[in-house]
Design a protein around this ligand. Structure first.
Ligand SMILES: [Zn+2]
Length: 232
C-alpha cells in the first residue's frame, strides 16, 4: 500500500489568517485608543463605554465593507482572467500549449519533457493548468469576499471587545492604566501568535504591533487631554 505523505503548508492559512490578525489588531488598537482619548478628555464612565461600543460596531462594519470590496474586486479580476483564458484556449489551443510548455521550460524542465507535461495536463484539465501555472490562481488562494469580510468583522469585534470589557469592568480612576496595560499584553500576544503561525520570529512580531499600538494610544491620549483641558 502506498504511504501518502500529507504536509500542511502555511499557504493554506494565509487568506483568513491575514484578515483575522489585521482585524483583531485594528479592533484592539482603535477601540483602546478611542477609550483612552475619551477618558483623557474627562469623559464619564458611560461616555467611555458608549464610545467603545460605537467604535466596535463602526469599526467592524467598515472592516467588513473594506475587505468585501477589495477582495471582491480581486475576484472580479480573477473571473475576467479566467474568461479570457477560456477564450484563448478555445481559439488558439496550439499557441496556449506552446505558452504552457514555455512556462515549464522556464521552471527548469527539459523542452521535450515540458512539452509532454503540457500535453498531458492540457488533456487532463487545460483551464485548470493555465489558471494555476500561468495566472497563479489556485483553489487555495482564490478570492472569497464574503469569507474575508465576515472574518475581518468578527476578528475586529473580538479584538475591540477586549479593551471594552476592561473599560466596562474597571473603576474610572484605574481605567486608563488598566486599558493601556492590558492592551499592550493583548497586542504582544497577538503579534507573537501571528508571527509564530506564519513561521516568523515571535519577538519581532510582538514588538512590531506593540510599537504601533503604544503610539496610537499615546496620540489619542494627547488629543483627549487637549480637549479635556479646553472643556474643563
Ligand atoms: Zn494561457
Amino acid at each position: 500500500m502506498s504511504h501518502r505523505h500529507f504536509e500542511r503548508h502555511k499557504t493554506e492559512h494565509i487568506g483568513w489568517l491575514r484578515a483575522a490578525v489585521l482585524g483583531a489588531n485594528d479592533g484592539i488598537v482603535s477601540t483602546a485608543s478611542l477609550i483612552l482619548g475619551v477618558a483623557a478628555a474627562n469623559g464619564s464612565k458611560e461616555a467611555i463605554v458608549v464610545a467603545g461600543v460605537a467604535g466596535l460596531v463602526a469599526g467592524a462594519m467598515s472592516m467588513a465593507a473594506g475587505e468585501y470590496v477589495s477582495v471582491h474586486s480581486q475576484a472580479d479580476t480573477e473571473k475576467a482572467d479566467i474568461a479570457k483564458e477560456t477564450w484563448e484556449l478555445a481559439n488558439d489551443p496550439e499557441g496556449e500549449l506552446k505558452e504552457l510548455t514555455a512556462i515549464y521550460v522556464h521552471r527548469g524542465l527539459a523542452p521535450d519533457l515540458a512539452r509532454q507535461v503540457a500535453v498531458q495536463l492540457t488533456a487532463h484539465d487545460a483551464l485548470g493548468a493555465h489558471a494555476r501555472d500561468e495566472l497563479g490562481i489556485s483553489s487555495v488562494l482564490s478570492a472569497r469576499p464574503v469569507q474575508a469580510a465576515l472574518s475581518s468583522a468578527a476578528s475586529f469585534a473580538v479584538g475591540a471587545a477586549l479593551p471594552l470589557f476592561i473599560a466596562w469592568t474597571i473603576p474610572l480612576a484605574q481605567l486608563p492604566a488598566w486599558v493601556a496595560g492590558s492592551t499592550m499584553v493583548f497586542l504582544a500576544s497577538l503579534g507573537a501568535v501571528a508571527a509564530r503561525t506564519g513561521g516568523a520570529n515571535m519577538w519581532l512580531g510582538a514588538w512590531r504591533v506593540l510599537f504601533w499600538g503604544a503610539l496610537a494610544m499615546a496620540a489619542t491620549w494627547a488629543v483627549g487631554s487637549a480637549f479635556g483641558v479646553s472643556t474643563a
